[in-house]
Design a protein around this ligand. Structure first.
Ligand code: GUN
Length: 291
C-alpha cells in the first residue's frame, strides 16, 4: 500500500469533541442546540441512518427529537409539522429523512423548512448561498469530504479535482465547494464519454456514483487524493464504496476507506451545522439584549 489512509472515524471524533465543547458553551448561556429529525415510513436503511444521527446528538450533548410517522402520512400533515418546528425555539435544525413516500413531494417539504434551520443544506436558499459564496449551511456529505481533504494538509488551491457524479445532494454541491476552495473542477457523470481520460488528470478525485468499482487503479494518477462517497454491497454482502480500494490504494497518495471514511463525516457535519445554527440564535439574542 502506498496511499495514506484518511481516517473519517478519527476526524469525526475530533470534530465531535469540538461540537461538544461549543454545545457546553451554549448551554452555559441557556441555549441547548436542538435537532428535529422526521422520518416517514419503515425503510430499514433510513431508520439506521436516523438512529445514528439521534445517538450522535446525545453523545455531543445536543437535544434531539425524533418524529416517526407511518408511510400513509398526508403531505399536508408533514408540512404542518415542519411549520411547527420552524417556530419552535427549542429546535435549531430540522432534518426530514429522504427518501419520502411517493405521494409526498420531497421538494415541497424541503422548501418548507426555514433556511435558518436547514442543517441538511438541501433548501434552495442553502444551495444558492453555496453557489454565490454567501453564508449558508453546506450539505453534510460534501462538506464532510472537504474536511477529509483538508485533514491531509494538502491545499486545494489550483488543484485539479474531478467529481464523478452529479446528484443534487453530493456531486453538484461537492463541485461548488471545491470551486470555493479554489480548485479547478471537472464534473463527470453517466454520459461522460471517457471517464478515465478525465480521472487520470486529477489531483483529487471524489467518487459519488453509487456503483462499485467505478474507479480502478488504471484510472488514477500516482499520488492523487481519492475520496470515496459510495455505499454499496459486494457479492459477499460486504459494505464497499465506488472505488476499487485494493487496487487504487497502491497508486493513490491518500484514500478514504469504506466503511470509516465519508460515512461518519455526514453525521458529524450535521452536528456541526446544528451547533452553528444554535450559535446564530445565541448571537441574535445577545444583539437583542444589547438594545
Ligand atoms: N437520506 C440519505 N442521506 C440523507 C441525508 O444526508 N439527509 C437526509 N435528509 N436524507 C438522507
Amino acid at each position: 500500500m502506498t496511499a495514506q489512509l484518511i481516517d473519517g472515524n478519527a476526524l469525526s471524533r475530533q470534530l465531535r469533541a469540538d461540537v461538544a465543547q461549543r454545545t457546553a458553551v451554549l448551554k452555559a448561556k441557556g441555549i441547548t442546540p436542538g435537532l428535529a429529525v422526521i422520518i416517514v415510513g419503515l425503510d430499514p436503511a433510513s431508520h439506521v441512518y436516523v438512529g445514528k444521527k439521534v445517538e450522535a446528538c446525545a453523545q455531543a450533548g445536543l437535544h434531539s427529537v425524533l418524529e416517526q410517522y407511518p408511510a400513509t402520512l398526508a403531505e399536508a400533515e408533514l408540512l404542518a409539522r415542519v411549520h411547527a418546528l420552524n417556530i419552535d425555539p427549542a429546535i435549531h435544525g430540522i432534518l426530514v429523512q429522504l427518501p419520502l413516500p411517493a405521494h409526498i413531494d420531497a421538494h415541497k417539504v424541503i422548501e418548507a423548512i426555514a433556511p435558518s434551520k436547514d442543517v441538511d443544506g438541501f433548501h434552495i436558499a442553502s444551495a444558492g448561498a453555496l453557489m454565490t459564496g454567501t453564508p449558508g449551511f453546506w450539505s453534510c456529505t460534501p462538506y464532510g469530504c472537504i474536511k477529509l481533504l483538508q485533514s491531509t494538509g494538502i491545499n486545494l488551491k489550483g488543484k485539479h479535482a474531478v467529481v464523478i457524479g452529479r446528484s443534487n445532494n453530493v456531486g453538484k454541491p461537492m463541485a461548488l465547494m471545491l470551486l470555493q476552495k479554489n480548485a479547478t473542477v471537472t464534473v463527470c457523470h453517466s454520459a461522460t464519454a471517457n471517464l478515465k481520460a478525465h480521472t487520470l488528470q486529477a489531483d483529487v478525485i471524489v467518487a459519488a456514483v453509487g456503483r462499485r468499482n467505478t474507479l480502478t487503479a488504471d484510472m488514477v494518477k500516482p499520488g492523487a487524493v481519492v475520496i470515496d462517497v459510495g455505499m454499496n454491497r459486494n457479492d459477499a454482502g460486504k459494505l464497499c464504496g465506488d472505488v476499487d480500494f485494493a487496487g487504487v490504494k497502491e497508486v493513490a497518495g491518500w484514500i478514504t476507506p469504506v466503511p470509516g471514511g465519508v460515512g461518519p463525516m455526514t453525521v458529524t457535519m450535521l452536528l456541526v451545522n446544528t451547533v452553528e445554527a444554535a450559535e446564530c440564535v445565541a448571537l441574535e439574542s445577545t444583539r437583542v439584549a444589547a438594545k
